[in-house]
Design a protein around this ligand. Structure first.
Ligand code: TRH
Length: 372
């Protein structure tokens, strides 16, 4: 089976982040042939450093990567066509799909949301108004009635092994491993997050905190807090209880390792948010901001689901921290972290519970096979 994945990078790294993980899992676990058509190779290079942004065609890990430019070339359509996040396929390609004897299975892979309506929309078919083609809406999600989440085979055992011994990771990053009593936190967020307040809280913490900050947009903002104009990878700043360590932007694989090794992970968007759940450590999520605060409804839908089996005090603290973090208000770290133990064991139960559901890639493969 041949798959084409179309990815339009809206901004940042989440669009290609999801597509790249999907492509890798398809090739590794389902032995299908995958081609990614992406319109921004610089974005891809950030999460997959082997990418050469100057090449029109390249192969990485057995996946063909085509720079999606206009005018769009004549291509033979694949058996399965993924239109990631409603990115709108080139007209020429859609015409070629319709001309095939057996039309490809056409999937619109949607954004992740925990809102209940997702269950009733997952898998819906939408016939093309003028061509003999059907597009299906495939929704990732947190319940068995959705398409699930990307989770590679053996992920939990690899995670558990690293959580038992993370020395190799720290060595690779060139930084000392955590000292006893230290809390290690990864921080990945948008520049709108109230990082100054948080960093002040960590600096005044009763116990040592090491914050690992991937180099990028947000480190420029944090630089202001540190009294600098820019913070480059390798820089390390100490303010009382806090060590702020800037690390390079990692490959997707190494970023997973970082999430596994930290005691708490601040994540954003979609893909890092999912990966932090697999890390089975307490998370703070900054959701991608949308107009008219629609994103806050999505945020609450997730928190309501996530907190279902969490004791009230910890759930309230988690809600409160997320509210502040996502509204650029002063978040109360101590009130949140006082529930660390409960949040930690809850994060494990949550990952285990989600891990019992079929993963997104397997569900998608089944879905497509049944429609061929
Ligand atoms: O980058 P994001 O904010 O992505 C987005 C985009 O804004 C997108 O347009 C929107 O549609 C989507 O969110 C919801 O956050 P996200 O989704 O977490 O993607 C980041 C990717 O970068 C993810 O695949 C993890 C990866 N990453 C690394 O590979 N190395 C790193 O060091 C870090 C910090 C992240």
């Amino acid at each position: 089976m041949r798959w084409d994945i179309f990815c339009h990078v809206v901004d940042n790294y989440g669009d290609i982040g999801v597509c790249w993980r999907l492509a890798r899992q398809l090739v590794m676990e389902f032995a299908v042939s995958v081609r990614i058509l992406i319109d921004n190779l610089d974005s891809m290079q950030r999460i997959c450093p082997e990418t050469n942004p100057d090449l029109a065609v390249q192969h990485i890990l057995g996946i063909e990567i085509l720079h999606w430019v206009m005018p769009f070339p004549d291509l033979v359509p694949a058996d399965v066509v993924i239109e990631a996040f409603g990115c709108e396929l080139p007209t020429r390609y859609v015409t070629a799909m319709a001309a095939e004897k057996t039309g490809p299975v056409w999937i619109n892979l949607e954004y992740l949301s925990a809102e209940p309506w997702v269950e009733s929309c997952h898998g819906l078919a939408s016939p093309h108004p003028g061509l003999p083609l059907i597009k299906y809406f495939f929704f990732p999600g947190f319940t068995a009635e959705t398409g699930g989440l990307i989770r590679e085979a053996g992920l939990f055992s690899r995670r558990d092994a690293l959580q038992t011994n993370s020395a190799g990771l720290w060595q690779e990053l060139g930084i000392p491993g955590p000292i006893p009593g230290e809390t290690t936190i990864s921080l990945f967020c948008y520049s709108s997050a109230p990082t100054r307040n948080l960093l002040d809280a960590w600096a005044n913490s009763a116990s040592p905190i090491r914050c690992l900050l991937p180099e990028g947009a947000v480190s420029q903002q944090v630089a202001g807090w540190a009294g600098k104009s820019y913070l480059a990878a390798g820089e390390c700043i100490q303010r009382r209880s806090l060590i702020l360590q800037v690390i390079p932007f990692l490959s997707q694989e190494n970023y997973d390792h970082l999430l596994w090794a930290c005691d708490c992970n601040f994540v954003r968007g979609e893909d890092s948010f999912v990966r932090a759940q697999w890390a089975a450590r307490p998370i703070i999520w900054q959701i991608y901001p949308q107009q008219e605060n629609i994103h806050l409804t999505k945020l609450n839908a997730f928190l309501d689901l996530y907190c279902q089996n969490l004791i009230k005090e910890a759930a309230d603290a988690l809600h409160a921290f997320h509210r502040s973090w996502n509204r650029n208000e002063n978040p109360d770290w101590d009130a949140f972290w006082t529930h660390q133990k409960i949040l930690q064991s809850h994060a494990i139960s949550w990952a285990d519970q989600l891990g019992k559901m079929p993963d997104l890639t397997s569900s998608l493969v089944d879905f497509c096979r049944n429609r061929q």
